[in-house]
Design a protein. Structure first.
Ligand code: 13P
Length: 335
């Protein structure tokens, strides 16, 4: 696949007014989400829930792509249509999570590094054959008094860059995701500094591995203070700091940047995105790739009464997509 082909997929992922639904929770992560609302973590429950999300009427009005998990990309609707086919019919680009999650980084207490490079080339080939057009790899950066070490930042970014190069070789757009966690009591300034170090080092690593920026997407956290910090930041402060750090670190040749929600509420994630897009123009489209902030209200409804609330849960998901889609244009308002 040519770089032009990769670039056109990347641009479609961040088409105006649209964003991405992350529904790629690992079996362990979805267990936590299900447990919180009293759903048993069985394969059939996971399949039924993902079917609800993927078959939401008119989802593609505001959703350009969906990130699936290994189990999900192989599943079907109850009527027997493969989920990949459901996406194709709706004109939604199929993405796949390919990392194997973070583990403790030996020698650096508190830091983690994401695994999953071994055997990745053949896994990517298989996912491409199943219909995936982009892939996601999430690195996790924790902030404490002693973390992150520069070694942790480099190790994670080296892995992200190796993964991204393999994706482009396989004809998949890499969505490179360094997530700086909101956990902790750090200030806005510390969050800014960590984001700056991580993003500068990331684009160096991508350059070193010959990754073509034109065919990649950045998925990043926003610059926010830790959830336990005494002073929370205003929506405008978050937008200003987030845009500033991106302009400082991210090459203009990148087709787009998307944000994760990372534990922000629905209202916060949407108002931050809207504010970010109200202070433009920016060198790239700035959109969303939310998991929790897209799904949590729909999951809550579905868990209450699966049959009676089915359509309402889908409507709620559609509304979250619409609100976030408007926020990518700076056109959302809380009314
Ligand atoms: P959240 O929006 O729930 O943080 O999930 C996004 C994601 O895909 C993290 O990798």
């Amino acid at each position: 696949m040519s770089i032009e082909d990769l670039e056109s997929i990347a641009l479609a992922m961040v088409a105006p007014g649209k964003g991405i639904i992350a529904m790629d929770e690992s079996t362990k992560t979805i267990a936590r989400r299900f447990e919180a609302v009293g759903i048993k973590n069985t394969q059939e429950n996971r399949r039924a829930y993902r079917e609800l999300l993927l078959t939401t009427p008119d989802l593609s009005d505001h959703i350009s792509g969906a990130i699936l998990y290994d189990e999900t990309i192989r599943q079907q609707t109850s009527a027997g249509m493969p989920f990949t086919e459901v996406l194709k019919k709706a004109g939604i680009i199929c993405g796949i999570k390919v990392d194997k999650g973070p583990v403790a980084l030996a020698g650096f207490p508190g830091d983690v590094v994401t695994e999953g490079l071994d055997g990745l080339r053949s896994r990517l080939e298989e996912y491409a054959a199943l219909g995936a057009q982009f892939a996601k790899w999430r690195a996790v950066i924790r902030i404490t008094e002693d973390n992150p070490s520069s070694t942790a930042i480099e190790a994670n970014n080296h892995a992200l860059a190796r993964y991204a190069a393999l994706c482009q070789e396989a004809g998949l757009v890499p969505m490179v995701e360094p997530e700086v966690l909101m956990d902790g009591d750090h200030s806005m300034e510390v969050s800014y500094e960590v984001h700056e170090s991580v993003l500068r080092s990331l684009f160096n690593a991508l350059y070193e591995q010959n990754v073509m920026f034109e065919g990649a997407i950045l998925k990043t956290s926003m610059v926010v203070p830790g959830c336990d910090y005494t002073e929370q930041a205003s929506v405008e402060e978050v937008a200003e700091a987030t845009v500033r750090v991106l302009k400082t670190c991210v090459p203009a040749s990148l087709p787009g940047v998307v944000f994760l929600s990372g534990g922000q509420s629905d209202a916060q994630s949407t108002s931050h995105l809207n504010a970010i897009n109200s202070v433009g123009p920016h060198p790239w489209p700035l959109s969303f790739s939310y998991g929790r902030a897209m799904q949590q209200s729909a999951l809550q409804l579905w868990s209450g009464d699966r049959e009676a609330n089915y359509a309402e849960a889908q409507k709620t998901l559609y509304m979250r997509a619409k609100e976030n889609g408007l926020a990518t244009l700076g056109q959302w308002s809380s009314e």
